[in-house]
Write a protein that binds this ligand. Structure first.
Ligand code: ACO
Length: 371
């Protein structure tokens, strides 16, 4: 029988700096009341200049590894889902792999906008179920504040920075990720985009002058799409697991807008109390929102072993999807692991790798001059 993919570790990290609606009202023509009425958001966290997608990802990952009692060196794969990577390449996941000391892991980035974390959980669980990996780190991390036009009141009120991480591990015990639904519709690509900086529209003075390196959004159309697909994907993922909506203990939706979550709850005829909602304190952290909300659900005692939980999200692409899992919690530890204590060793190791690479380069050039 193929192994099951259990979530055995979780962690989150958000920047200390908080930007309130009142702060935003001093920057653009808006009010706290308007933002709360239309989105449910009260405040969001914004990365400091020293922080980046990778630094937040590493902090969330270290917590998740600690909860799972897993050494970074036991990871087979590191997946970072993000729409705000450190660079187009190298992958942010490789920087995270190096900073964690995940010496035996493959690492790659995944871009499916706000739905990315659900896509990443699907890929990780398939890799575990196929037997090709045992321990996988899945991170959703964003610093969308770096791509936000702080003069555009249509978008700047929505987004916040943060990261969340899961450890997925193989086990013969039934449970873990039971079903997933992944969908896309590229005909709606123009509704939410970051137009320039890719191969289609490389960076130029003109693209900078035209604000094309910022998020562009047709809010009304994205809203309409989101309210339709959230309930649809939830129904599909529950059906795929041969369960009924009544069997679901908790729904953890992408935190974009309280009205979208409320509309999904009404369409599913499920009380809002069975949804985890924290959009008021973080805004839309894109692909990080579901793992951050999961950490909070656990802290609030809303996740118990055996509970059926649905993750459901939507985003640019357009993409949407859902995952249904039976919550398991950490496997029993043989002995506790302290991933933070790896930090110094990991830095030394990374430094030595660079040093050896430079020395090898010198030797190579002296042996084979002109090559
Ligand atoms: N403050 C005050 N007024 C505003 C603001 C603001 N911040 N923003 C827009 N308005 C105005 C508009 O200009 C418009 O004025 P007009 O009628 O004179 O033209 C009016 O308010 C209504 O605008 P709408 O866009 O219709 O407002 P709506 O109720 O749709 O709310 C919102 C806008 C909050 C953006 C909503 O459409 C929404 O949440 N959409 C979904 C966005 C989303 O979830 N995006 C993330 C997707 S996930 C990802 O992949 C990153």
């Amino acid at each position: 029988m193929s192994p099951f993919a259990h979530i055995t570790g979780w962690g989150m990290s958000v920047p200390e700096k908080v930007l309130t609606n009142e702060d935003l009202a001093k920057m653009v023509d808006t009010t706290d009341q308007w933002i709360r009425d239309r989105t449910g958001i009260r405040e969001r966290h914004i990365a400091s200049p020293e922080q980046s997608t990778a630094t937040l990802a590493v902090e969330a990952a270290q917590q998740a590894l600690e909860v799972a009692n897993l050494k970074p060196s036991e990871l087979d794969l590191v997946i970072v889902s993000t729409s705000s990577p450190e660079h187009i390449f190298p992958p942010t996941a490789c920087l995270v792999q190096d900073q964690l000391g995940a010496v035996k892991a493959g690492a790659f980035d995944l871009l499916a906008a706000c739905t990315g974390f659900i896509y990443a959980v699907n890929i990780a669980s398939q890799a575990i179920r196929s037997g090709s990996a045992k321990n996988i780190l899945v991170i959703g991390a964003e610093t969308l504040s770096r791509f936000t036009n702080w003069q555009d009141r249509n978008t700047c009120i929505l987004f916040g920075d943060g990261a969340g991480a899961f450890v997925l591990q193989a086990s013969e015990t039934p449970g873990g990720v039971l079903s997933t639904v992944l969908r896309s519709d590229g005909s709606g690509a123009d509704l939410l985009s970051l137009p320039a900086g890719g191969s289609f529209m490389p960076a130029s003075h003109e693209t900078v002058n035209n604000d094309q390196h910022f998020i562009h959004m047709n809010g009304r159309e994205v809203f309409r799409f989101a309210t339709r697909v959230m309930s649809q994907a939830t129904r599909e993922v529950v059906e795929a697991a041969n369960l009924k909506l009544d069997d679901v203990n908790l729904i953890i939706p992408h935190q974009a807008n309280l009205r979208i979550i409320d509309s999904a709850a009404r369409s599913l005829e499920i009380p809002l109390e069975r949804f985890l909602v924290n959009v008021e304190r973080y805004g839309n952290t894109s692909t990080a929102s579901i793992p951050i909300a999961t950490c909070e659900a656990f802290q609030q005692g809303r996740l118990k072993p055996g509970d059926n939980v649905v993750f459901v999200g939507f985003g640019a692409g357009l993409t949407w999807g859902a995952a249904l899992l039976q919550w398991s919690g950490p496997f029993l530890p043989e002995k506790p692991i302290y991933p933070f204590s790896y930090r110094l060793w990991v830095r030394i190791r990374s430094f030595l790798n660079r040093l050896v690479r430079s020395l090898e380069g010198l030797i190579w050039r002296s042996r084979y001059p002109g090559i």
